[in-house]
Design a protein around this ligand. Structure first.
Ligand SMILES: Cc1cc2nc3c(=O)[nH]c(=O)nc-3n(C[C@H](O)[C@H](O)[C@H](O)COP(=O)(O)OP(=O)(O)OC[C@H]3O[C@@H](n4cnc5c(N)ncnc54)[C@H](O)[C@@H]3O)c2cc1C
Length: 506
């Protein structure tokens, strides 16, 4: 009997339960990846994400070849691929990991379940993250997460029996669907090998000082693990990362500073699943506010000029524009700067969260729907259970890029402007502009302080009028994190962690 191991966002052979289960049966296995054109037409997908996957497929194929097999890559729909493999190879089982994605992948997965049931094909799914399907009680979640992370990680199988070679599509040169041109010269390279190297360099050297250096865009590039695209596409297993980080932190020669950093890093791995669980429990979060009553706070289409200026890194606020331009170039940004970009769009520019969230999703190589939509809403004040965080783009700039290095790097218009003026170039006199440059940099889209005040008032007024305790209680019950000895439903929004973003800051 032939088994298909269907790879989705789990592009590795180490700690891959479906592959190990398939190999253990000692019967032929077809490792399958399907390039789903319809998926690549979704508004949150992009060429840089595909580029990372393409690298990862190459690497996965190499790993499978060392085990005597190879990756079959087809194009179209998964059901069509399975139908053909059933006709040509009489497949009887499909093994895969669970996925918590957007509505499109959710519907696709349901269709695959139905097809397997209609065609007498056994479908088995494993859990690679601490995300619990059909979770009844949020209070047991933390325990379940820890149990999963502590289970031994699986070795890559040495031998995966093959059915013989089946020709793949020419995926190495393919640009599927509507992804189109998406130049991202600084994109991270996909594949387990680069992912494992990143993990090793982080645990050996880079993690020292993690908790102090992850907020400034200058230091974060090195201080953060940079593992996010590898976790999102599963080129390295979250459990292996957790276990290696724990071992490195517990080693008796580890300095206290490094230990603290690794504890802080491990808590992020927990948040990874905590946020995905929100989308798993409430898939509608992709489209509407977590706190349903806050959905009506902004109505009508977005102001297209403001949206465009934000998207193009042309707001006139240097740190905001530098972040957007660097993100376009590299596909990555640290947490604090992602939060600031989203918050500025939602508050100072008063845009509805969906357009900015989709734009950022496309720019993030590491796009992970569960984290992304929950975070985008949290930074837009739509959860109703977290403190509002309206970032002041000038104060952030003065604090996190005091010398203006990051700004100068990404905004050539300001390359010659000294540090005292670089955070507020609109205050430069014509003489200063003539001397230092800066004439070509755009004036601010609005007065950011006035806009922030107006936004705070508008949110406050709306909340007073339309927000009920019942709905806030529902959100807390369903999505609030549990901390403390009993890990039961939290009593007050202010006590929330990690949702309370204050705990994320240096
Ligand atoms: C508006 C917004 C959108 C975001 N969208 C995404 C996304 O699409 N994909 C994504 O992976 N992360 C997203 N994040 C979370 C976070 O910014 C990134 O995980 C982090 O910057 C990735 O870099 P790193 O791997 O070096 O992080 P590290 O600090 O090294 O953290 C290690 C891992 O922990 C997890 N993690 C870290 N911070 C968070 C967090 N705040 N919430 C949940 N998980 C976290 C990630 O898996 C990350 O790779 C978003 C944050 C915001 C504010």
């Amino acid at each position: 009997m032939t088994t298909v191991v269907w790879f989705k966002r789990d592009l590795r052979t180490r700690d891959h339960a479906p592959l190990v289960a398939g190999a253990t049966l000692a019967e032929p296995v077809i490792p399958l990846y399907v390039i789903e054109d319809e998926y690549w037409q979704q508004p949150d997908t992009s060429g840089r994400q595909w580029g990372f996957i393409r690298d990862s497929l190459d690497d996965l194929d190499r790993q499978l070849r060392t085990a005597g097999n190879q990756l079959l890559v087809t194009r179209g729909s998964v059901i069509e691929a399975l139908r053909q493999l059933k006709a040509s190879h009489g497949i009887r089982r499909v093994f895969c990991h669970q996925e918590t994605g957007g509505q499109w992948t959710f519907e696709r997965d349901k269709a695959v379940v139905q097809w397997c049931s209609d065609n007498q094909v056994e479908l088995r799914e494993w859990n690679q993250f601490g995300v619990v399907r059909r979770l009844k009680d949020r209070d047991i979640w933390d325990r379940a997460w820890t149990e999963l992370m502590r289970q031994p990680a699986l070795e890559a199988p040495r031998c995966v029996p093959a059915v013989g070679s089946i020709p793949s599509v020419a995926w190495r040169s393919l640009e599927p669907g509507a992804t189109g041109a998406d130049p991202c010269p600084g994109r991270q390279t996909g594949g387990s090998s680069p992912g494992e190297k990143l993990l090793a360099s982080f645990l050996e050297r880079r993690c020292v000082g993690y908790q102090y250096n992850i907020s400034s865009p200058n230091t974060a590039v090195r201080a953060c693990s940079r593992l996010s695209p590898h976790i999102s596409y599963g080129t390295v297993s979250l459990r292996e990362i957790y276990q290696q980080a724990k071992a490195a932190g517990n080693h008796r020669n580890t300095l206290p500073r490094k230990q603290k950093s690794l504890t802080s890093f491990r808590s992020r791995l927990h948040w990874h699943c905590h946020f995905i669980q929100k989308l798993e429990d409430e898939p509608e979060l992709e489209f509407r506010a977590m706190h349903r009553e806050l959905e009506g706070m902004k109505t009508g289409p977005n102001n297209s000029e403001r949206l465009q200026r934000w998207q193009q890194g042309q707001t006139g606020w240097p740190l905001v524009d530098a972040c957007m331009r660097s993100l376009q170039h590299t596909g990555w940004l640290n947490f604090r700067m992602r939060a600031m970009l989203m918050a500025v769009a939602s508050y100072q520019l008063w845009l509805h969260w969906r357009d900015p969230a989709l734009h950022l999703a496309r720019l993030f190589t590491d796009f992970e729907p569960g984290i992304h939509y929950s975070q985008a809403q949290m930074q837009s004040g739509l959860t109703g259970i977290n403190a509002l965080r309206i970032y002041n783009p000038v104060l952030q700039s003065q604090k996190l890029d005091p010398n203006g290095e990051f700004i100068r790097r990404w905004i050539p218009e300001l390359a010659g402007v000294p540090r005292e003026m670089i955070h507020t170039p609109w205050l430069m006199t014509p003489t200063q502009k003539a001397k230092f440059g800066g004439n070509t940099y755009i004036a601010p889209v609005c007065d950011h302080e006035q806009a922030a005040r107006a936004a705070r008032k508008a949110v406050g007024d709306f909340r007073k009028q339309y927000v009920s305790r019942e709905e806030t209680g529902r959100v807390l019950d369903r999505h609030g994190s549990r901390k403390g000895p009993h890990q039961t439903r939290p009593k007050a929004a202010a006590k929330q962690t990690p949702d309370n973003q204050l705990s994320l800051f240096d």
